[in-house]
Ligand binder design. Structure first.
Ligand code: FES
Ligand code: FES
Length: 175
């Protein structure tokens, strides 16, 4: 069990209530004390030090904070940490194994799907949700699935190519 306030200074103001929650993160149950007002994105980044989930706007616009909540892509800045109690989430840290990149990560590498990389974790998690539902998407379907994620660098073309590359690899691996 870790308390957000053991790890992040300053401690909450006196009298601010906290609530103990347990969330399964990348397959591992994590118990943490949080303020009821804390955003899930901030719990991941500051409380659990999973800084692969980026925070670009905190207003549900950019998609950099996209994670999977019970397998569905959500913007973790739009959810309170306490709402994740008892649920399962996946972050970008859960994509690779200790020895291998996930095909989506490989696709971004092969097709140069990133420049600064700020949008990349959110793009990858939105892509994972798409490919789990639709292993053989069209270019338009990829663009639609990523339409909630903004990239200020790439012009999107190579991101779409990366997802299509990953889709092909995942299909080949499943045969
Ligand atoms: S930080 Fe969540 S959408 Fe931008
Ligand atoms: S690669 Fe820089 S914002 Fe997408």
């Amino acid at each position: 069990m870790s308390s957000l306030y053991d790890e992040v200074a300053p401690a909450p103001a006196e009298g601010v209530p906290t609530r103990r929650i347990t969330v399964t993160v990348n397959g591992e149950p994590r118990t943490i004390d949080v303020e009821p007002r804390l955003l899930l994105a901030h719990m991941l980044r500051q409380g659990l030090k999973l800084t692969g989930t980026h925070s670009g706007c905190d207003t549900s616009n950019c998609g950099a904070c996209t994670i999977l909540f019970e397998g569905r892509p959500i913007k973790s800045c739009t959810m309170l940490a306490v709402q994740a109690d008892g649920h399962s989430i996946e972050t970008v840290e859960g994509l690779a194994t200790s020895s291998e990149l996930h095909p989506i990560q490989e696709g971004f590498k092969q097709e140069h799907g990133l420049q600064c990389g700020f949008c990349t974790p959110g793009m990858m998690m939105a892509s994972k949700a798409l490919l789990e539902k639709n292993p053989n998407p069209t270019e338009d379907e990829v663009r639609w699935a990523l339409s909630g994620n903004l990239c200020r660098c790439t012009g999107y073309q190579n991101i779409v190519k990366s997802v299509l590359w990953a889709a092909e690899k995942m299909r080949a691996e499943s045969n």
